[in-house]
Design a protein around this ligand. Structure first.
Ligand SMILES: CC(C)(COP(=O)(O)OP(=O)(O)OC[C@H]1O[C@@H](n2cnc3c(N)ncnc32)[C@H](O)[C@@H]1OP(=O)(O)O)[C@@H](O)C(=O)NCCC(=O)NCCS
Length: 191
C-alpha cells in the first residue's frame, strides 16, 4: 500500500515524543466513539493514563496528522514484552474525520505492520454493534479473518514478503520527513 496523503493530512507512525498529541486525540473523541473505541465508557483520567503508556509498551501507533494534530490513530500493541504471535489492534477516528476512508487506510497499515512482525493473530476489541468496523473488515477479507464476536475480532495477517517490508520502510522514510516538517513548522510558529 503506498503512502497516502489525504487532502488535509497525512498518515505516519507517531514518535514516542508525540504522546501528548495521541492523548489529545483520544480525549477529543465524542462520547459514542470513545465508548466504541474502548468497548465501554471511560473517564478522561483513564485516557490520560492509557496514552502515557503509549511508548512504554513499545506499541506502534499510526496517526492521521492534520496541522500537527493527531485526528485519527491505529494502534498495534504487543501482548507481552516482545512481538510474539499475537497482538492487539485498535482504531479511533474523530467524528468530523469519520467516513472519509481514513479508518480503512489505517487498517491496511496495521495489517501490513503485523505481517512484517510475523504476527499471526490480531485481537480487536470491537462491539458487535460496530457496523463501520465490520464494513472495513469486509474490505480486507482477502487478507484477514474477522469473526464477529461480542467483543473480540480476530485478524489473521498473511506472512511478510519483500514488498510488504519494503513498502513499510518507504512509508517510514516519508513519515520521518513529514514529522520533521511538522516540527519545523511548529518551531516557526512558536518563534
Ligand atoms: C470505526 C472507525 C475507526 C472507522 O473509521 P472511518 O474513517 O470512519 O472509516 P472509513 O471511512 O474508512 O470506512 C467506514 C465504512 O463504514 C461504512 N459505514 C458508515 N456508516 C455505516 C453504518 N451505519 N453501517 C454500516 N456501514 C457504515 C462506510 O460506508 C465505509 O464503508 P465504504 O468505504 O465501503 O463506504 C471510526 O468510525 C471510529 O473511530 N469510530 C469510533 C471508535 C471505534 O469504533 N473504534 C474501533 C473499535 S474496534
Amino acid at each position: 500500500m503506498s503512502d497516502v496523503t489525504f487532502p488535509e493530512g497525512t498518515i505516519r507512525k507517531l514518535w514516542p515524543s508525540e504522546t501528548d498529541r495521541f492523548r489529545n486525540h483520544l480525549l477529543r473523541l465524542d462520547k459514542q466513539s470513545r465508548r466504541l473505541r474502548f468497548a465501554h465508557g471511560v473517564a478522561d483520567a483513564f485516557i490520560e493514563d492509557y496514552a502515557d503508556r503509549m511508548s512504554d509498551m513499545g506499541s506502534l501507533v499510526f496517526g492521521f496528522v492534520v496541522d500537527g494534530e493527531v485526528r485519527a490513530a491505529a494502534e498495534l500493541r504487543k501482548l507481552g514484552d516482545t512481538w510474539g504471535r499475537e497482538a492487539e489492534a485498535a482504531f479511533s477516528v474523530e467524528k468530523v474525520y469519520q467516513d472519509l476512508g481514513i479508518g480503512s487506510e489505517l487498517m491496511g497499515r496495521v495489517i501490513r505492520a503485523a505481517r512484517n512482525r510475523g504476527l499471526q493473530l490480531l485481537y480487536m476489541s470491537c462491539l458487535a454493534e460496530n457496523s463501520k468496523m465490520q464494513a472495513i473488515a469486509r474490505k480486507y477479507e482477502a487478507e484477514l479473518r474477522f469473526e464477529y464476536g461480542e467483543v473480540i475480532g480476530e485478524i489473521v495477517p498473511d506472512t511478510a514478503n519483500y514488498f510488504s517490508i519494503l513498502a513499510e520502510a518507504m512509508d517510514d522514510r516519508v513519515g520521518f520527513m513529514l514529522a520533521v516538517f511538522d516540527l519545523q513548522s511548529r518551531l516557526v510558529k512558536a518563534a
